[in-house]
Design a protein around this ligand. Structure first.
Ligand code: 4AD
Ligand code: MG
Length: 453
């Protein structure tokens, strides 16, 4: 029978059954009478030990080559694994010249070095574990929403709206029409890659009450930071009949904690590899986040805290100005490295759709960001302006009235108080695994000056 490495390793009492295993060689070691191979097929962090007679032709068996091994699964004398594969036949499927192969046997290369080889780095333990965690986390997020009665919506990638209004749009035109007189979509506004599925989710929450989407979003951010990509995945939820930010924050905290618990249960070895070798101390930091209730402070309080410590910052904290990464990191530390919700931001800083708090001279909206250790902003969300006249005025002030008639319609036809949030999926992975650079938690990172492969 053909077995994956993972399934082979799970065999508890090997009674010599004949199996076939395929994969890539992670190590070759020859002793006097035996040859030891470790074969990995990506199904688990652990490789399967293959033991062969040393008179077997091993000339092409190099680190990195692909092999098919047939033999018997037997009990292993070693304490490190239950079983090993006693090879009867080893076929090299594709060879690999170790002279030219950039990955080296026995190395634990830094993630930064591996970034040069986006087509090969997935064959290392580190990227293997990170990307398996990514896969498990995707499933965990879907099951959180399913278990809580949300409907999954495929929001469009190509859209004519600019949800965040931050001017970081990628424009879409077919190649043969670039510079031509008419847009492909024949509309008087250009089409873009989406920066957020929020507005489409708001449409859907007006029918399904609780909805979510989880897909790629695009931002032309001219940034070389460790937490920005031009293409990243966002988890977004939108909930009707939500009365307060606290209701939303409960869902955000629930999503973070239950998805993380599911990931820890489904791939503990992969998480442990990151916590042990990439981010020492991260296991404790994550446990600390999971066992404490997240905190809440207002934006105004946050600015007061920052002002007390302004000598620490490059950017002076001031009411009415956006929080910088350095400010976010300071606030999280100040809160004992427990994730903290910052609520009620100045109206002037935020997009047209956020609900007006109608609160005097320091005018705020019902916005919420969740700041987490190591990363800073992980979630952004808000109550939405569901009152027709308030929204009409906000749109008018931004010169958006015409384009957003359909959005105003949602406030004319059965409007309800509602709200939602978006969580950057790569930042989530950085936060739980302790990965410093966002480029290491996505298979093929896209950022300024880089779109290889
Ligand atoms: O705070 P943002 O811009 O919020 C929105 O787009 C809302 N429309 C979401 C909603 O309410 N449905 O983005 C949400 C999150 C951020 O908190 C951050 O974690 C992540 O998306 N994010 C990025 N991640 C990687 N690279 C970038 N360039 C990112 N920009 C935002
Ligand atoms: Mg934000």
């Amino acid at each position: 029978a053909k077995l994956s490495v993972r399934d082979a390793l799970r065999v508890q009492t090997a009674s010599g059954e004949r199996v076939k295993v395929q994969g890539w060689v992670r190590s070759v070691r020859s002793q006097k009478e035996v040859l030891f191979l470790h074969v990995n097929d990506g199904s688990s962090l652990e490789s399967l030990q293959v033991v062969a007679d040393s008179n077997l032709d091993s000339r092409e068996l190099d680190f990195g080559c692909s092999v098919e091994v047939q033999g018997q699964l037997v009990k292993s004398p070693s304490k490190r694994q239950n079983v090993e594969l006693k090879a009867e036949k080893i076929e090299v499927v594709g060879n690999c010249d170790p002279k030219d192969f950039p990955l080296k046997y026995k190395d634990r290369p830094p993630l930064e070095y591996l970034r040069q080889f986006p087509h090969l780095r997935c064959r290392t333990n580190a990227l293997g574990s990170i990307l398996r965690v990514r896969s498990e986390a995707t499933a965990a997020i879907h099951s959180f929403f399913k278990d809580n009665g949300f409907v999954h919506i495929h929001t469009p990638i190509i859209t004519s709206n600019d949800c965040e209004g931050a001017g970081e749009l990628f424009q879409v035109e077919p190649r043969h029409r670039v510079g031509g007189p008419l847009s492909f979509f024949f509309i008087d506004v250009p089409a873009f890659l989406t920066v957020s599925g929020q507005l489409h989710l708001e449409v859907m929450s007006g029918a399904f009450t609780q909805v979510f989407t989880f897909g790629p979003t695009f931002r032309a951010e001219n940034s070389q930071s460790r937490r920005h990509l031009a293409e990243f995945y966002m988890v977004e939820a939108e909930i009707s009949f939500v009365e307060s930010l606290q209701d939303l924050m409960q869902v955000m905290e629930g999503l973070f904690k239950s998805a993380t618990a599911m990931v820890l249960a489904s791939c503990p070895e992969d998480v442990a590899l990151c916590h042990r070798f990439i981010a020492p101390g991260q296991k404790d930091r994550l446990e600390h986040m999971l066992k404490n209730n997240f905190l809440t402070i207002s934006y105004t309080e946050a600015v007061e805290i920052l002002k007390q410590a302004s000598q620490n910052f490059t950017f002076t904290p001031e009411w009415g100005v956006d929080l910088h990464t350095e400010h976010e990191k300071y606030l999280v530390k100040h809160c004992g490295n427990i994730p903290v919700f910052v609520i009620n931001y100045p109206l002037a800083l935020k997009p047209f759709y956020m609900r007006d708090n109608e609160d005097g001279p320091q005018h705020t909206v019902a916005a919420v960001d969740l700041l987490v250790p190591g990363v800073g902003e992980l979630f952004g969300g808000s109550l939405r302006e569901e009152r027709y006249h308030f929204l009409e005025q906000r749109l008018a002030r931004s010169g958006l009235t015409e384009a957003y008639q359909w959005y105003l319609d949602l406030r004319r036809f059965g409007s309800v108080p509602h709200g939602g949030f978006g969580m950057g999926f790569e930042r989530y992975l950085q936060c739980i695994l302790g990965i410093d650079n966002i480029k290491d938690v996505i298979p093929f990172p896209r950022f300024t000056h880089s779109c290889i492969l």
